[in-house]
Design a protein around this ligand. Structure first.
Ligand code: ADP
Ligand code: MG
Length: 259
């Protein structure tokens, strides 16, 4: 099962040796709602962390704090040992280091598929157009939509659009990729084509945080499962441990409903 570069350890999650993303005691409120509570999470380079938990438990908010689409009330976040910048060009660069793929594909509707994957490269990375297009086409090939380059997003299926969204994020050479329920909005027959691209990315050694209800993906691709409930990380374990022997009642209850 260990197709990815980080070795799984039956003894439980090991302390990261090469910490790429570190969340230290993060707290966040939305008004009276304490949406993230004392979150400590360290993600090693090359690690694939799957975040699961009931709706409303704070999974999306957690993802959004990692690329600072949301601010936090307290605690610190570092990426590659650098604290998250507050704003401006430094923040734009940081965001480019953290690729994000959303449930709703969020492609630029009035740009072609190729333009979708070159825009960030030319605007944020200052890559010249020809190089950006070469790289864009290679990435579209890699996710299996190379022949769709000149179409507009609306002309593609949901699965194709989501694969373009992944290619677009990869075009920035991100250090880490965040996926927030990337297959939840897809028709069932399109889920696997997106999961396969993600599996391959994991095998290639990409550091990934994946919020998903696809337990098959979690079992086969995750180095670690993080279970959230009510704004807290309730449990962290290897997929083997988590699915066969969840420790907390919350996780047992959750798994009994979805498996
Ligand atoms: P999940 O992704 O696990 O379903 P979310 O992170 O989306 O959970 O939401 C966690 C809680 O925070 C939910 O109760 C949700 O209604 C609330 N919430 C999310 N975003 C906002 C917001 N911008 N303003 C107020 N409440 C929010
Ligand atoms: Mg969510």
């Amino acid at each position: 099962m260990s197709e990815v570069s980080v070795t799984k350890d039956a003894g439980g999650p090991e302390p990261a040796t090469d910490k790429l993303v570190v969340l230290d005691n993060i707290n966040k409120h939305f008004g009276a709602l304490h949406v993230l509570q004392d979150i400590d999470l360290t993600i090693a380079r090359g690690e694939v962390v799957v975040v699961i938990g009931p709706s409303g438990s704070g999974k999306s908010t957690l993802c959004r704090t990692i690329n600072r689409l949301e601010t936090v009330d307290s605690g610190s976040i570092t990426i590659d040992d650098k604290p998250l910048p507050e704003e401006g060009r430094e923040l734009a660069k940081l965001r480019a280091d953290v690729g994000m793929v959303f449930q709703s594909f969020n492609l630029f509707a009035h740009k072609t598929v190729l333009e979708n994957v070159t825009l960030g490269q030319t605007k944020v990375r200052r890559t010249d157009k020809q190089t950006a297009e070469q790289k864009g086409r290679a990435l579209l090939d890699r996710v299996g939509v190379g022949n769709q380059a000149d179409k507009y997003p609306a002309q593609l299926s949901g699965g194709q659009q989501q694969r373009v969204a992944i290619a677009r994020a990869l075009a920035m050479d991100p250090k880490v990729m965040l996926f927030d329920e990337p297959t939840s909005a897809l028709d069932p027959e399109m889920i696997n084509e997106v999961l396969e691209v993600m599996q391959q990315l994991a095998r290639d050694g990409m550091t990934m945080v994946v919020v998903t209800h696809e337990m098959g993906f979690a079992r086969s691709a995750a180095n670690r499962v993080v279970f959230m409930a009510d704004g807290r990380i309730v449990e962290e374990a290897t997929p083997e441990q988590f699915f066969s022997n969840p420790r907390s009642d919350r996780a047992k209850d959750f798994l009994s409903k979805i498996l």
